[in-house]
Design a protein around this ligand. Structure first.
Ligand SMILES: Nc1nc2c(ncn2[C@@H]2O[C@H](COP(=O)(O)OP(=O)(O)OP(=O)(O)O)[C@@H](O)[C@H]2O)c(=O)[nH]1
Ligand SMILES: [Mg+2]
Length: 350
């Protein structure tokens, strides 16, 4: 073989590798369902997301008209007439089925789907369960990200619990955020402001995980890492922490591990932990590694731990660290209470 032939072969091989790299890149979709889900998708759209497709699905045409997304779909037009589900999850479910073919087409070729909703209403609760069930055997990694209602919304709590139990059966992992805990962490906030905090928290979570997978990062998180932690894991809790100054990452990790946004039975019993760090341009790999060692010391050795770290270009982030800790395979008091209630239906506790 001549030198030029060898060069040519090498070039072909490079091209082939690049082609495979493009084809194997996980494609990610974020689907917001109902009012809360669509508001969260809108939040992400306004900030921008690299490598994720944003879908907004609602039965409420007026609300959907205000939402920003890559694709908006009014679901259940025949049964809801664009007026919402009236708070009935069964209607939300039927609405989704009405447009299922179109939604499946939008999601064709994706390997990770985030299903985002506020549980407790009709559309978000019913449609997210129906979507997860339709996608269950598709081989896609399904991650539910949901909020649980405020105590003041008492009636909705029962709907949310039923929805959460059902969603967990079809999703690989459901990350649940209890609005009540969130308010306690965020301090005294008015109702609307608290919703805004929840939208931002979930928005940041979805955006950070997506971008750490799809773009080059300080510590890359890949599709298989996410699968190991999330595949068939049931319930997950999330904690967030900010740190500044010296040992900022360690401080932030500690806060995130201690302040979970869901009442879980025992942090050390979680199956896996995903830790995501974002910091300013001054953040070093050494700092992140040091914090990693701290986490490993505080959890049992059999817990699987996966890391992702991203450097933000935002000058505001300089000298700061933002950490998210996701604990998968946890048990929550919210559900154990519910299970007990389900065993005694004759007591009519709700
Ligand atoms: N994070 C967040 N939560 C919200 C928001 N709006 C409502 N929620 C919460 O989500 C639950 C469900 O509300 P919606 O999403 O408005 O309900 P829906 O899914 O549209 O259901 P219907 O309107 O009954 O069809 C509420 O009980 C609140 O706890 C929001 O903008 N952000
Ligand atoms: Mg609604």
């Amino acid at each position: 073989m001549s030198v030029t032939e060898i060069d040519f072969q090498r070039e072909m091989e490079q091209e082939r590798i690049e082609e495979i790299a493009i084809l194997s890149r996980p494609s990610i979709a974020v689907v917001g369902l109902g009012g809360a889900g669509c508001n969260i998708v809108s939040w992400i759209k306004q900030r921008g997301i690299v490598g994720g497709k944003l879908l907004a699905l609602n039965t409420d045409a007026n609300h959907l008209a205000t939402v920003m997304a890559d694709k908006r779909i009014l679901i259940g037009e025949k049964i809801c007439k664009g007026l919402g589900s009236g708070g009935y999850p069964e209607t939300g479910e039927r609405a989704l089925r009405e447009n299922l073919d179109q939604i499946m087409k939008e999601l064709a070729g994706t390997s990770i789907v985030f299903i985002v909703a506020g549980l407790g209403g009709g559309t978000g609760t019913g449609a997210s369960c129906a979507l997860a069930e339709a996608l269950r055997d598709s081989g896609k990694l399904l991650i539910g990200v949901v909020t649980l209602p405020f105590e003041v919304e008492r009636v909705r709590s029962r709907t949310a619990k039923k929805g959460l139990l059902r969603l967990m059966k079809s999703c690989d992992t459901v990350v649940a955020i209890d609005n009540n805990k969130l308010v306690r962490v965020a301090g005294d906030l008015a109702f609307r402001q608290a919703l805004g905090v929840a939208n931002e928290l979930i928005g940041v979570f979805v955006k950070d995980i997506t971008e750490t997978i799809t773009t080059a990062s300080l510590i890359n998180l890949d599709y298989m890492d996410l699968r190991v932690i999330m595949e068939k894991r049931g319930l997950a809790a999330i904690g967030v922490g900010y740190g500044t100054g010296e040992d900022k990452i360690e401080k932030a990790v500690k806060i995130a591990l201690e302040g979970q946004l869901l009442d879980i039975e025992d942090v050390t019993k979680s199956h896996g932990v995903l830790i995501h760090v974002s910091g300013g341009r001054d953040m070093t790999l050494e700092e992140v590694t040091k914090a990693g060692e701290m986490v490993m010391r505080s959890l049992p050795p059999e817990t699987k731990i996966v890391w992702g770290a991203r450097v933000s270009d935002d000058p505001e982030m300089e000298g700061k660290a933002h950490v998210m800790v996701i604990l998968t395979g946890v048990e929550s008091k919210f559900l154990s209470r519910e299970k007990r209630r389900f065993r005694f239906p004759s007591l009519r506790l709700f």
